[in-house]
Design a binder for this molecule. Structure first.
Ligand SMILES: Cc1ncc(COP(=O)(O)O)c(C=O)c1O
Length: 380
């Protein structure tokens, strides 16, 4: 139940990696047949990603994942100028947050917008934060810890009206809900392969035609000169196939996982007192549930669940474990440090089924009760 951290590669995706690594291993820049075969695989992969996002092939730049896509988008825009203002939010993944922090140490200033108790950014706040020198808005599509879907349509419209570039980190939205750059006119959009049943170490950045980015990796000029390096052809092909599969099966999976997630929550709330589900129950991706168990230390709960065969996460798994309670929950949604410290992220995926949910309902109440008991003993 930790599919927001990562997913296993789909079997069709694995078959493609295998085929390309053995049959299509040429360097796509070579002019001979092996190179041309590889180039064709890369073109095909780009096409599949573009079809999924509803854009043109040449608007897709392959990267090493969500973090690089975020860095390329934000630094790529900022490096084209000497100073200016960026609007971001307090619930961004560290790949966005730390990139903005880094820019704030140069000649840039960053406004970090709050979210409401439900974990959502208010588009009015975005509009109010805009200054004469604002050149970039970066706001995620869906949050990795709570699954809350942000008002990307409204923010895209506001950015357009003000002539400001809009980047969205869609790493946790893509593959779970419809994400199309034709319906929502963002300028830059990040995705990652390993969140959508593709491999780790590959991702993409959508770059709307006309948006200028400054090169972040210099070298042989691959990927339209934006990030050089011999292309990871098998990885890109795998990403393309994963995009195709998740787009084709979006409704089916959303329905299945939404039903399982709701059942998981219903049973937990019914069986365990002093437990709350965080965020807006409607505006969230279908597989994710953030639940606070009052009086429980989530790190201990993660260990205890691991011992009985369940993988869950105490917040976001994609950052260092040395950090304190989630800032998404405390700074963002106003939970106390204690509530945030007792919060578990359950994120379901293709391997989840009703028997896992039933098993969780069986083991969790006893573990929570025991941990609460240990804690109150310590306090007395
Ligand atoms: C919202 C979000 N953005 C970016 C990333 C980073 O993606 P990657 O692991 O592909 O670098 C993650 C991964 O956890 C994420 O959840």
């Amino acid at each position: 139940m930790d599919y927001n951290a990562t997913t296993p590669a789909d079997k069709e995706v694995l078959a493609l990696i295998n085929r390309i690594t053995t049959e299509c291993y040429g360097n796509p820049s070579s002019s001979h047949i092996l190179g041309r075969m590889s180039r064709a695989c890369l073109d095909d992969a780009r096409r599949k990603v573009a079809v999924s996002l509803e854009c043109d092939d040449d608007e897709i730049c392959f990267t090493t994942g969500g973090s690089e896509s975020d860095n390329l988008a934000i630094k790529g825009v900022a490096d084209g100028r000497s100073c200016g203002h960026i609007v971001s939010t307090c619930i961004e993944h560290s790949a966005v947050k730390r990139t903005c922090d880094y820019l704030a140490t140069r000649n840039f200033s960053v406004t970090c917008l709050p979210v409401d108790r439900m974990g959502c950014v208010d588009p009015k706040h975005v509009e109010e934060a805009i200054r004469d020198d604002t050149f970039l808005i970066t706001m995620m599509w869906a949050n990795n810890e709570t699954g809350q879907i942000q008002p990307v349509e409204d923010v895209a419209r506001i950015a357009r009206e003000h002539g400001i570039t809009f980047h969205t980190d869609a790493v946790q939205a893509f593959g779970k809900i419809p994400v199309s750059v034709r319906s929502v006119p963002v300028d830059l959009l990040s995705i990652s392969g390993h969140k959508i049943y593709g491999p780790k170490g590959v991702g993409a950045l959508y770059i709307r035609r006309g948006v200028e980015l400054v090169t972040q990796v210099h070298g042989g000029g691959q990927e339209q000169g934006l990030r050089s390096g011999t292309e990871n052809v098998a990885g890109c092909a795998a990403l393309g196939e994963a995009c195709r599969l998740c787009t084709n099966r979006l409704d089916e999976w959303a329905q299945k996982l939404g039903g399982l997630r709701d059942e998981l929550e219903r049973g937990i709330l019914e069986r365990i007192p002093e437990t709350t589900v965080n965020g807006d129950p409607v505006r969230r991706v279908p597989n994710t549930s953030s639940i606070s168990f009052h009086g429980v230390d989530s790190s201990q709960l993660v260990v205890r669940l691991d011992e009985v065969g369940f993988a869950v996460s105490g917040g976001s798994a994609c950052k260092s474990t040395t950090e304190g309670p989630s800032t998404v929950l405390t700074m963002g949604m106003g939970l106390s440090a204690d509530e945030a410290a007792g919060t578990i992220r359950f994120s379901l995926g293709h391997g989840s089924d009703a028997s896992h949910v039933a098993q969780m309902h069986e083991v969790l109440p006893g573990i929570v009760e025991q941990l609460r008991g240990v804690r109150s003993e310590k306090l007395t």
